[in-house]
Design a protein around this ligand. Structure first.
Ligand code: HEC
Length: 108
């Protein structure tokens, strides 16, 4: 049965790559559904900083992941059009959702 390694290696690759793609897709869809993309675009500034800008800032910070999580769960005060308001909370059904979104943001 010497064929198996040749078959299983590409199969393993295919299987292990697909969840990452699915996750990226879902994170973006979820953010859109929750209205985040009204204020955040991937690469251009809207009312909020772009996702790329956020990624750049937090990727280089030691506790970036924890800080992002805090921002998304504690709704800090932000300023939109000169007015102070509470930042929208990310409604996650599970920690996995939250992790996926944070990972997606940091990957941009
Ligand atoms: C009403 C507009 C608006 C909506 C809706 C909104 N944001 Fe924001 N967001 C902002 C603004 C403005 C800032 C900048 C806050 C600051 O720098 O003080 C920000 C900052 C952030 C940051 C970076 C925080 C930092 O410290 O740099 C993240 C991450 C973020 N938003 C994610 C989200 C997610 C996820 C959602 C959806 C659940 C969302 N935002 C919805 C306006 C918005």
């Amino acid at each position: 049965m010497r064929i198996i390694p040749f078959i299983s290696a590409p199969l393993f690759l295919a299987l292990s790559l697909s969840p990452i793609d699915a996750q990226a897709f879902n994170a973006q869809k979820t953010l859109k559904k929750q209205g985040c993309l009204k204020c955040h675009a991937i690469s251009r500034k809207k009312d909020g900083p772009s996702i790329k800008e956020i990624a750049k800032k937090y990727r280089s910070e030691e506790n970036g992941t924890a800080k992002l999580r805090e921002h998304l769960t504690l709704s800090p005060d932000i300023e939109v059009d000169g007015k102070s308001e509470k930042h929208k909370k990310f409604k996650s059904k599970s920690d996995t959702d939250m992790d996926a979104v944070i990972e997606w943001i940091l990957s941009k």
